[in-house]
Design a protein. Structure first.
Length: 204
């Protein structure tokens, strides 16, 4: 449990995820997962947002387990959406087929999230470093409690973050007109999570 400042709270936006003694750490509902994921309206320049999908219960656990090779204990819901490259005005669109996928996994507790986060990091690092290839570390400062990010030899980039009982993943793959700003994309996701946990509309 983080020590709160003398004024009654910290200024990093994580208080809701830490809990404050009177209130337990926030647990995201499926609706909150949907709200926290980047919307079509929040798509960064150069991208087109897609629909948001949210799964709950056994379906969410099964999808999580298949993706991470973990048991995903304590998972309540998971959601995802992808942003495709908007190639309008950029020449032959067939030359560019990049996409960035945002995913959120909401758990019952920070400990549950931490366990799956470690499994996700191990799984993705293994994929990036198969056949003796080295993964290039990517510097991310988005305001999460835990962060791991790297780029594989084939250019696929994955950013994994944990904030309280939530694991968030930003995964970029394909060919882009310009390399995505993964730090900016990760910050977009974390900022939306913080606002959602505070009862705010991230699109307002």
């Amino acid at each position: 449990m983080a020590v709160l400042t003398a004024c009654g709270g910290s200024d990093d936006g994580l208080d809701a995820f830490r809990g404050d003694g009177d209130k337990p750490p926030v647990t995201l509902t499926p609706d909150m997962v949907r709200t926290a994921l980047p919307s079509k309206a929040s798509a960064p320049e150069g991208f087109r947002g897609d629909d948001i999908e949210v799964e709950v219960g056994d379906e969410a656990v099964e999808a999580c387990s298949e993706a991470t090779e973990a048991n995903c204990g304590g998972l309540l819901s998971m959601g995802y959406t992808d942003f495709d490259t908007d190639d309008s005005g950029s020449g032959d669109s067939s030359d560019y087929s990049g996409e960035v996928v945002f995913g959120i996994m909401a758990f019952q507790s920070p400990d549950d999230a931490r366990a799956t986060y470690k499994a996700v990091v191990t799984e993705e690092r293994g994929k990036a470093e198969k056949d003796g290839q080295k993964a290039k570390l990517v510097k991310i400062e988005a305001g999460a409690e835990e962060t791991e990010a790297f780029e594989a030899a084939d250019g696929e980039t994955v950013v994994m973050m944990r904030i309280g009982s939530v694991v968030a993943v930003v995964n970029g793959d394909g060919t882009f007109v310009a390399k995505p700003d993964y730090n900016g994309l990760a910050k977009l996701q974390i900022d939306r999570l913080k606002k959602t946990a505070q009862g705010m509309n991230p699109d307002a």
